[in-house]
Design a protein around this ligand. Structure first.
Ligand code: CA
Ligand code: CA
Ligand code: CA
Length: 186
């Protein structure tokens, strides 16, 4: 036993898991094998770390600072919370982005925004997300403006008025309101 064996295991494909991801995302096995080839080229040990993820992602937002937003996404994509994104976690996200319908994409967005993974979005989380999105685009707004804006948007989602947003409220809100969809859908 040792690192060598662990590394080997993490880069080999498991047919059952490939089939599962293929079923869940609609990506074909061939697409997944190709995707795996590229993934291993960039991450030869099969582990996409937060640092690499941030480096890759920040190319798309050269003006702003995407660090916080990347951290939030990374935590959602690293489903088993072991500190790196493995190929299956990566393929699942790519599958939703490439092939998912609007509801799949909103579910993924909800996972990202539900930072502490407790099944709902609360004001603190919404503010964190808002700051990180603004930072990523290189914009800055006074704290008070952000707080007011979050308050306003939360009200739009929170149909039962209990101060938190459930996955259903999030999805329904984005589906019925274009403004919400433009800001929060991925
Ligand atoms: Ca992981
Ligand atoms: Ca939460
Ligand atoms: Ca609610």
């Amino acid at each position: 036993m040792g690192n060598k064996q662990c590394n080997k295991l993490s880069i080999e494909l498991d047919d059952a898991r490939i089939k599962d991801i293929s079923n869940r995302t609609g990506l074909t096995k061939e697409q997944l094998y190709l995707m795996h080839k590229d993934f291993i080229k960039d991450c030869p040990n099969g582990k996409l770390t937060r640092r690499m993820f941030t480096k890759f992602y920040s190319q798309f937002y050269p003006i702003g600072n995407s660090k916080s937003f990347c951290k939030i996404c990374f935590m959602a994509y690293d489903k088993d919370k072991n500190g790196y994104i493995d190929f299956y976690e990566y393929a699942f996200v790519m599958g939703v982005i490439l092939n998912g319908d609007i509801e799949d994409k909103l579910k993924l967005a909800f996972d990202i925004y539900d930072y502490n993974d407790d099944g709902h979005i609360e004001k603190r989380e919404a503010e964190k997300i808002f700051y990180s999105i603004f930072e990523m685009y290189g914009d800055s707004l006074p704290e008070k403006t952000i707080k007011n804006e979050v308050e306003r948007l939360m009200k739009k989602f929170d149909t039962d008025n209990n101060g938190i947003i459930t996955e259903k409220e999030f999805i329904d809100g984005c589906l019925r309101d274009q403004e919400l969809r433009e800001i929060f859908a991925i």
